[in-house]
Design a protein around this ligand. Structure first.
Ligand code: HAM
Length: 438
């Protein structure tokens, strides 16, 4: 029996990997616009990190982590999200010592042991940003604006920003009391998980996918009635700035998010796409002012968000934004005969050193087969080298855009292609980055 991939995982095949690359290029450009710099942290961390950050009562830590003991007996967890690792690294590498706001981004695999379905897998990818060191409401706005800009840059429409404030600790303590009092009346009707949440983390009840359609849910106390002045002010300033920027949002008083570290602003980005089902949240984030302090670092107010890359791609696919793969090569070299193939390999080596994308045949195909392959690779030029050309130190070159064909000195091949590319645009490099990144 051949070995198959683990449940809840998938392979990104060469026919699809260009979509991932394109998305990555676009979002990284938006990171540049906002001056977020890349950080790369391990995909596994000590288990304790996630218990202390994401929360002992969150579904993510209690039910969804991939935990194992390594060969040295250490308890290790595959990261179920990216923020905790960034926070750990910020403290460990004393990034706070610079005295500036650290605006960071990351992309990579995330692991959650969830029930797989469309848009929900056990290994998926997040693209996230974290701004560490500012308590300004405008920092929250910057992160939301980044998310909206990224979605626009990807060409996605029909995205809704849902926003809420879960206030500071004082406000949440009062709200928690009110929720316990309210939901205790309906304890019998709550699902098993929510019965537990009632004692441990009543806010999480609002996030319940089982209970949230029940009638008593609609009349539950709203956090907005429990926000103290500081929290109200923070939220007001966030909303005012979003209004000023004409960024549309919907306030959702039941939005609390599934991780324990949040305070004040929380938000999610929802794709309004038919057939997308429950997995239509393409990103989410919020403020987390206590996390760095709780992990032993200096008190550092932070705000961040993460996109689910897989879901963004599903959304782009449904909006028809991933139809054209513009990948191409500059030159496909057809070698006729053994000697021509060897000399051809040398020519390609030179072209590649000069930055041209090239390929050739390594299956001893005939002339027709090689022309077909050049077509498949979307080659701008096909260079043909046979015995006659070898004898005369020339090469036959066909421009596949104009269908013009001519024979040129072999050593002029690079110059010939470059001159043509430069006559059409700027340098070959800007040609590739433009076409591949579009
Ligand atoms: P999160 O909402 O748990 O937030 O995840 C962010 C995004 O990851 C979700 O909106 C969703 O698009 C995607 N996602 C979550 N689970 C899956 C899954 N099983 N399969 C596919 N996609 C999934 C966080 O992780 C926070 N760390 C975000 C953040 C950054 N908050 C502050 N800074």
């Amino acid at each position: 029996m051949p070995i198959t991939k683990p449940k809840g995982t998938y392979d990104v095949l060469p026919t699809d990997s260009w979509k991932w690359n394109r998305l990555e290029v676009v979002i990284k450009k938006v990171c540049r616009l906002y001056n977020f710099k890349e950080i790369r942290t391990p995909i596994f961390e000590s288990s304790e990190l996630f218990h202390r950050t994401v929360g002992e009562t969150s579904d993510m830590v209690t039910k969804e982590t991939y935990d194992f003991l390594d060969r040295g007996g250490r308890s290790i967890t595959l990261r179920p999200e990216g923020t905790a690792g960034v926070a750990r690294s910020y403290i460990e590498n004393k990034l706070y010592a610079e005295g500036n706001v650290q605006k960071l981004f990351y992309m990579g695999p995330i692991f959650r042991y969830e029930r797989p379905q469309k848009g929900r897998t056990r290994q998926f990818s997040q693209f996230g940003v974290e701004a560490l060191g500012s308590s300004s409401p405008l920092m929250d706005v910057e992160v939301i604006a980044f998310s909206v800009t990224a979605l626009k840059a990807l060409g996605l429409k029909g995205i809704k920003v849902r926003i809420n404030s879960i206030g500071d600790e004082e406000s949440r303590a009062k709200y928690r009391e009110a929720l316990v009092e309210y939901f205790s009346q309906y304890e019998e009707e709550l699902c098993g998980d929510c019965k537990n949440r009632l004692a441990k983390n009543p806010l999480r009840i609002l996030d319940c996918k089982v209970d949230n359609n029940k009638e008593f849910f609609q009349n539950a106390p709203k956090i907005s009635d429990y926000l103290n002045e500081v929290s109200q002010n923070h939220f007001k300033q966030v909303l005012n700035a979003l209004d000023e920027m004409n960024i549309k949002y919907e306030i959702n008083p039941n939005l609390v998010r599934g991780l324990d570290y949040y305070c004040h602003t929380v938000f999610e980005l929802e794709a309004d796409i038919e057939g997308f089902g429950a997995q239509n949240v393409v990103g989410g984030g919020g403020r987390y002012d206590k996390l760095i302090g709780d992990l032993g670092g200096p008190q550092t107010p932070c705000v961040g968000m993460a996109f689910g890359v897989d879901r963004l791609l599903i959304a782009m696919e449904s909006e028809g934004l991933l139809k054209n793969n513009n990948e191409y090569i500059h030159c496909y070299l057809i070698g006729l005969g053994e000697k021509a193939r060897v000399v051809g390999e040398r020519l390609l080596y030179t072209l590649r050193l000069g930055g041209l994308i090239c390929d050739a045949d390594y299956l001893n195909k005939g002339l027709k087969g090689q022309f077909k392959q050049a077509d498949r690779f979307n080659a701008k030029f096909t260079a043909i080298l046979g015995d006659t050309e070898l004898e005369n130190f020339v090469i036959n070159i066909k421009n596949n855009e104009t269908d013009e064909q001519e024979t040129i000195p072999m050593n002029d091949l690079y110059k010939y292609i470059i001159n043509y590319l430069q006559s059409k645009t700027a340098s070959p490099c800007s040609t590739c980055s433009k076409k591949e990144g579009e």
